[in-house]
Design a protein around this ligand. Structure first.
Ligand SMILES: Nc1ncnc2c1ncn2[C@@H]1O[C@H](COP(=O)(O)OP(=O)(O)OP(=O)(O)O)[C@@H](O)[C@H]1O
Ligand SMILES: [Mg+2]
Length: 336
């Protein structure tokens, strides 16, 4: 994983992943009776356009069936788009899948790329040969992954005996032995406990910072995104619904923040413009107000009219915002 030894892209600024009007339509046969079936088309990805510059770490999120894995499969060349234009490192993935394989690493959380019956180290040895990784580089990358992903005690264990978290770390190492410029992660923390998740996240953060690896991260765990990605893309029904900073989702989701007010004593619900009481518990009251507006004038009004002891502002949690956004089916306005 030596820094800066990449071939034609070294020193070149610009977009590393490019999608322009990409579509994927699946033909599905549905049985409708004895000897009868109906053909149906599923548009899994629908005129999808975005670019990712080199070295960026982007979150790619959306509800079940939104088209995330389909996108990643097209980006690896496993699936061929039904329409549009797609390039990764200047390569058309489905046409030059083998050449692209040298440049990308993939981790599908739901299935392993490791050999099930072999000890972990044997999978790595096979990849060493398959990808024709120079010996020195292989050793260096392996040592680094073993250290940072804490794999030392697991190398001689057959993959099927590893716990999910151990296997996932093993899979991430496998995806990185050949120094890929870009790493696609499809739910890399699925089913992991809190400690394993933290370890994987820390590793990814370091990888991105130190090696400049471009990372596309799909997950249902929004904490992954909050901790790793400044930019997030939201996809639903195969379409891009939002592309921007995570914080911007709050405004798009038209969500609310909460002001928690502690009064000197129990009082009737506070009456104030631009906020409404959503909960009262003894002297404590919760007021919801639009996330986009400042809390300061609201606090000033309440402080002037009520016996205030303490207060705090709670940000909307991102899960609520996104759930709301999916439900509205309409953050299209956020994508220009
Ligand atoms: N090989 C296939 N044949 C037919 N339909 C498919 C195929 N693969 C995916 N689909 C359909 O395409 C749509 C998008 O699926 P995809 O797996 O990309 O979603 P996803 O966003 O990864 O969802 P999840 O969060 O559940 O992993 C779904 O409606 C799915 O049923
Ligand atoms: Mg998926």
């Amino acid at each position: 994983m030596a820094v800066g030894v990449h071939s034609e892209f070294s020193g070149v600024e610009g977009d590393f992943i490019e999608l322009d009007g990409v579509e994927k339509v699946f033909d599905v046969r549905k049985k409708t009776g004895f000897l009868r079936s109906e053909r149906r088309q599923v548009r899994a990805v629908d005129s999808l356009s975005f670019t990712v510059p080199r070295g960026e770490m982007v979150g790619y999120i959306g509800p079940n069936g939104a088209g995330k894995s389909t996108t990643i499969k097209m980006l690896t060349g496993i699936l061929t788009p039904s329409g549009g234009r797609l390039r990764v490192a200047g390569i058309d993935p489905s046409r030059e899948r083998t050449r692209l394989a040298q440049r990308i690493g993939v981790v599908f959380g739901q299935r392993t790329t490791l050999w099930w019956d072999l000890p972990l180290i044997d999978s790595y040895r096979l990849m060493h040969r398959m990808y024709r990784i120079p010996d020195g580089r292989y050793r260096e990358n392996l040592d680094r992954c073993v250290e940072l992903l804490q794999l030392a005690d697991l190398l001689d264990v057959p993959v099927r005996q590893l716990s999910l978290g151990q296997r996932m770390r093993g899979d991430i190492a496998a995806a990185l032995l050949h120094d890929p410029d870009v790493l696609y992660l499809d739910e890399p923390t699925i089913g992991l406990d809190v400690i394993s998740k933290a370890r994987v996240r820390e590793f990814l953060r370091d990888l991105n910072a130190e090696r400049g690896t471009t990372v596309l991260l799909t997950t249902h765990d929004l904490t992954d995104i909050e901790q790793l990605c400044r930019r997030v893309m939201v996809i639903d029904h195969g379409r891009l619904m939002y592309d921007g900073p995570l914080t911007g989702l709050h405004e798009v989701g038209e969500s609310e923040r909460t002001l928690v007010v502690d009064l000197e004593r129990e009082l009737p619900p506070i009456e104030v413009e631009s906020a409404r009481v959503v909960k009262v518990e003894g002297p404590r009251q919760w007021l919801a107000f639009p996330a986009a507006s400042s809390a300061a004038p609201l606090v000033a009004r309440i402080a002037a009219e009520y016996p205030l002891v303490d207060l705090s502002v709670r940000e909307p949690d991102i899960e609520t915002v996104i759930a709301k956004m999916y439900a509205q089916g309409g953050a299209e306005k956020a994508v220009s």
